[in-house]
Structure formats: structure tokens, C-alpha cells
Design a protein around this ligand. Structure first.
Ligand code: OAD
Length: 233
């Protein structure tokens, strides 16, 4: 394992036990909200106030969330493994960085940042956003939006992610339903690179058959145990 290059992909299931709801399945966010209305550029253009309200509520609900044992285990893996570890998360919450992960890409953006659609500046943002909010960089109002990736938009740092996948020895997908591309296609890229592929999830995801190894159970139990095995403890 000494020189192994590891790519980890995480999804909403990792933060579920920190009290942040998942998107799909019973009680999932997309059961009660129309994805087209609140998570697309077209929805934002049609009704920006509704979209701001949706993300303002989510930002407030994240304020009390704390990293769980699975977040801490992945941070430990990064800092204890002798090879490279890249953690790619689809989550927009800050729990990975709060747990100590540093080699981290938020491919779907971050809820705690706001983006100006006029000048392109991204700002750390903990307050509510409104249509009237001014951009601290260019001063214009009417252009601020959550710095998250919506459906139909390009996820962040894809070049760096594909480079890491092309040379990885191990790819581990954790707590994601494997339904949203491009993330859902990462396992195929890793397999093409000859990597060992592992799924850790509460239950088999849609793409479970693409993984060589699978382990099922709550993330706070199976992720720390899996990390200890990887580290040879
Ligand atoms: P989903 O809600 O689609 O899937 C969550 C996955 O986590 C499911 O496979 C569950 O079985 C699993 N899960 C739930 N609780 C768990 C637990 N305690 N331990 C382990 N696994 C658990 O969430 P994502 O796959 O992250 O994108 O969704 C991908 C993207 O779709 C999101 O980033 C978001 C969403 O629409 C955008 O908004 C662009």
C-alpha cells in the first residue's frame, strides 16, 4: 500500500448521521422540492427569491451540523497514508474540512460561499442571500447566488479529478447513490486505470455491480473500520 494513490468520492450518505438529509429515497430533499425549480440555472432565472429561500434555509440548518466518525476517519486516512489521497465530495456542507481533510475538492461547490454572477468573485458567506444583496467585490446587486453547482452546470476542478482517477490504485465511493453524472462515472474511469474499486454505503447503490468490493452499513461504522484496515491497524 505504501505508494498507493487513493481517490475517495463522498455523497450525502456520509453526512446523514450528522443530521443533514440526503436527496433521494424516503424523506429525501428531492421528495419535497422540485429539483428543476431550486437546483437549475433556469429555475434561478425564473424565481430567484424561491431559490435563495431554499439555500438560505439549508445554510441555517447546516450551522448546527458537526462532522461524524466517518468524516474524521477519512481525514485520518489522508494524514496517515504514505501515498496521495484525494477526497472528492459532492457535498456542499463543510464537514470534511471541519474534520481536518485538506486534499479536498468540493465538486458541487460550497454552501458557505456566494458567487457574483456579474464579476465572478466568490466570497465566504454565512448570511442569508437576497436579490438585493450587493457583491462585496463589484458592488452590484441582483447577481449574487450560492456558490454551488446546479444541474446543467459544470462541476468544479474536473481536470484535476480525472487526472487523479487516471493514476489511482484505489477508488472508494462512499454514501452516494451513484445517480448523478459525472460523479457516477468515476468508478468506470478508475477501473480503466486498473484501480481496485470499493463501494461503502448503507445499501447497494444503482452502480453497485461496477465495484469489485462492497461493504454495507452506516457510514459512521463501516468507514472508520475500513480506514483502519487500509492503514493496517
Ligand atoms: P443521494 O441522496 O442521491 O444518495 C445518498 C446515498 O447515501 C444513498 O445511496 C443512501 O443509501 C446512502 N446513505 C444514506 N444514509 C447513509 C448512512 N448513514 N451511511 C452510509 N450511506 C448512507 O445523495 P448523493 O449521491 O450525494 O447534486 O447525490 C448526488 C447529487 O445529487 C448531490 O450532490 C446533489 C443531488 O441532487 C446537486 O444538487 C447538483
Amino acid at each position: 500500500m505504501a505508494s498507493d494513490q487513493i481517490v475517495l468520492l463522498t455523497g450525502a450518505g456520509l453526512s446523514a448521521e450528522s443530521g443533514i438529509g440526503t436527496f433521494r429515497g424516503q424523506g429525501g430533499l428531492w421528495e419535497n422540492h422540485d429539483l428543476e425549480e431550486v437546483a437549475t440555472p433556469e429555475g434561478f432565472a425564473r424565481n430567484p427569491t424561491k431559490v435563495h429561500e431554499f439555500y438560505n434555509k439549508r445554510r441555517v440548518s447546516l450551522a448546527d451540523a458537526r462532522p461524524n466518525a466517518a468524516h474524521f476517519a477519512l481525514a485520518k486516512l489522508e494524514h496517515s497514508h504514505p501515498g496521495d489521497v484525494l477526497l472528492v465530495t459532492q457535498n456542499i456542507d463543510p464537514l470534511h474540512e471541519e474534520a481536518g481533510s485538506e486534499s479536498l475538492i468540493h465538486m458541487h461547490g460550497e454552501l458557505a460561499r456566494a458567487l457574483c454572477g456579474s464579476c465572478g468573485a466568490s466570497h465566504v458567506w454565512t448570511e442569508n442571500l437576497f436579490l438585493t444583496t450587493h457583491c462585496p467585490a463589484c458592488g452590484k446587486s441582483g447577481y449574487m447566488r450560492p456558490d454551488v453547482v446546479w444541474f446543467g452546470e459544470m462541476p468544479r476542478q474536473m481536470e484535476r479529478i480525472y487526472e487523479a482517477l487516471a493514476r489511482c490504485d484505489l477508488f472508494v465511493s462512499i454514501g452516494t447513490s451513484g445517480t448523478v453524472y459525472p460523479a457516477a462515472g468515476f468508478v468506470e474511469e478508475a477501473r480503466r486505470a486498473g484501480a481496485h474499486t470499493v463501494e461503502l454505503n448503507l445499501e447497494p447503490s444503482e452502480g453497485a455491480s461496477q465495484f469489485i468490493e462492497t461493504l454495507y452499513g452506516p457510514a459512521t461504522e463501516i468507514v472508520p473500520a475500513y480506514v483502519e484496515t487500509l492503514l493496517g491497524n
